[in-house]
Design a protein around this ligand. Structure first.
Ligand code: GRF
Length: 190
């Protein structure tokens, strides 16, 4: 199976997915990275492992549909069958949603439907919950609203700061995303 990863930032989930696919010998190729931020560190991470990169700077296009047309053309050229969002900080528009129904997946660092949006870790910490976690879900037109595939809980410990909690959540993500990818592949859902 040929997948694309979409990311906007650091790319630790990109690395975790790419490495797990190799070490677990999953029948998956990360055939494209799509990045909307020309200076994002994830670009170098992809280049370091010879994954082709498409940089789409949305400012260069009249609207989201025009930018997503470029992305869709690249996905088709690379014969991409599913898309994993890994810190991609944009709402996916109808162009891509219609082209990949039930084939676009996101990871969110909180237990949805609690704490959607950009600051899931900080918002959960500020709310004082004793448990938060990670959600992997299908993407729909909303912000972190699509059908949940699987969730994993992460405890908030008494001496936690936002940073120690964030580290625990990211460690969870780096195991969890490959695990879910593996399950979806095994089920034939990708
Ligand atoms: C992760 O916490 C992910 O859940 C969220 O964005 C972050 C991306 O981190 N959607 P990285 O770029 O993979 O390091």
């Amino acid at each position: 199976k040929r997948i694309a990863i979409f990311a906007s930032g650091t790319g630790t989930n990109f690395d975790a997915l790419h490495q797990a696919i190799a070490t677990r010998q999953l029948p998956v190729t990360v055939a494209l990275l799509v990045c909307d931020q020309p200076d994002a560190p994830v670009i170098q991470k992809a280049q370091a492992v010879n994954v082709p990169v498409l940089i789409v700077n949305f400012r260069d296009y009249q609207n989201k549909a025009a930018a997503e047309d470029i992305i869709l053309t690249a996905l088709q050229a690379h014969q991409i069958e599913a898309v994993l969002l890994a810190g991609y900080m944009r709402i996916i528009g109808p162009t891509l949603l219609n082209a990949y129904p039930h084939k676009i997946i996101n990871i969110h660092p909180a237990l949805l439907p609690h704490f959607p949006g950009r600051h899931g870790i900080e918002d959960a910490f500020a709310a004082g919950v004793s448990e938060t976690g990670v959600t992997i879900h299908y993407v729909d037109a909303g912000i972190d609203t699509g059908q949940i595939i699987e969730q994993r809980t992460v405890p908030v410990l008494p001496n936690d700061t936002v940073d120690t909690l964030a580290t625990r959540i990211h460690d969870c993500e780096h195991q969890f995303y490959p695990d879910v990818l593996q399950t979806l592949i095994t089920k034939g859902a990708i």
